[in-house]
Design a protein around this ligand. Structure first.
Ligand code: NI
Length: 193
């Protein structure tokens, strides 16, 4: 996939309100959607991420991108654009450690179905229905959660979540840095700068 004029854009962090909103479905793909998709890939690669959902760069729409080809065993995986995803069925369950570009520096175990049957539209707005398992099922579910206003930390068990509460508070107050640009919710930081 080639996109001209793509830009690295800052990533919204916990607890920006856009990350807890239910995102709106797309009715089609136009040049502004293509530009957004290009910016999402650019920003995701710049942050060494394997997935990014549109709300993470401030667009509350049901669109996500992913590319897991940097991971061992997934070298042949192609970048994916997923629009208006709907999980039709799930199978199995496993725990895996997750992180998120919107929650810098925090990792935690999350229990999720190990395989999903997914209906979605691609970057040409063509509909597909397919089974995903392994890392793809994991990343897809994490990103689809973003479209419903859910973060992986919301799915951690209560005891694990308590252990990272201090880090979450620091992120929410803007006291966090990352090796990629962050969008800070100035209303949350306020006069503290
Ligand atoms: Ni995430």
């Amino acid at each position: 996939m080639m996109f001209k004029k793509s830009m690295i854009v800052p990533i919204n962090i916990f607890s920006d309100p856009v990350l807890s909103m239910k995102a709106k479905p797309l009715k089609g793909v136009d040049s502004s959607t293509e530009e957004l998709i290009g910016n999402m890939f650019e920003s995701m690669y710049n942050a060494s991420g394997i997935g990014l959902a549109a709300p993470q760069i401030g667009s509350s729409i049901r669109l996500l991108v992913l590319d897991i080809s940097c991971m061992d065993n997934y070298r042949d995986a192609k970048p994916m654009v997923v629009i208006n995803p709907r999980i039709l069925a799930v199978k199995g369950q496993n725990a895996m450690e997750e992180g998120c570009l919107s929650v810098p520096g925090v990792m935690g175990d999350v229990l999720r179905p190990s395989a999903i049957n997914l209906r979605y539209r691609d970057e040409h707005f063509e509909e597909h229905t397919a089974e995903f398992s392994g890392m793809l099922a994991r990343v897809l579910q994490h990103e689809i959660d973003h479209l419903d206003g859910t973060l992986f930390v919301d799915r951690m068990d209560k005891r694990d979540r308590r252990k990272i509460q201090k880090e979450l508070t620091e992120i929410a107050e803007g006291r966090v840095t990352a090796e990629y640009p962050l969008a800070r919710d100035l209303s949350a930081v306020g006069a503290k700068g």
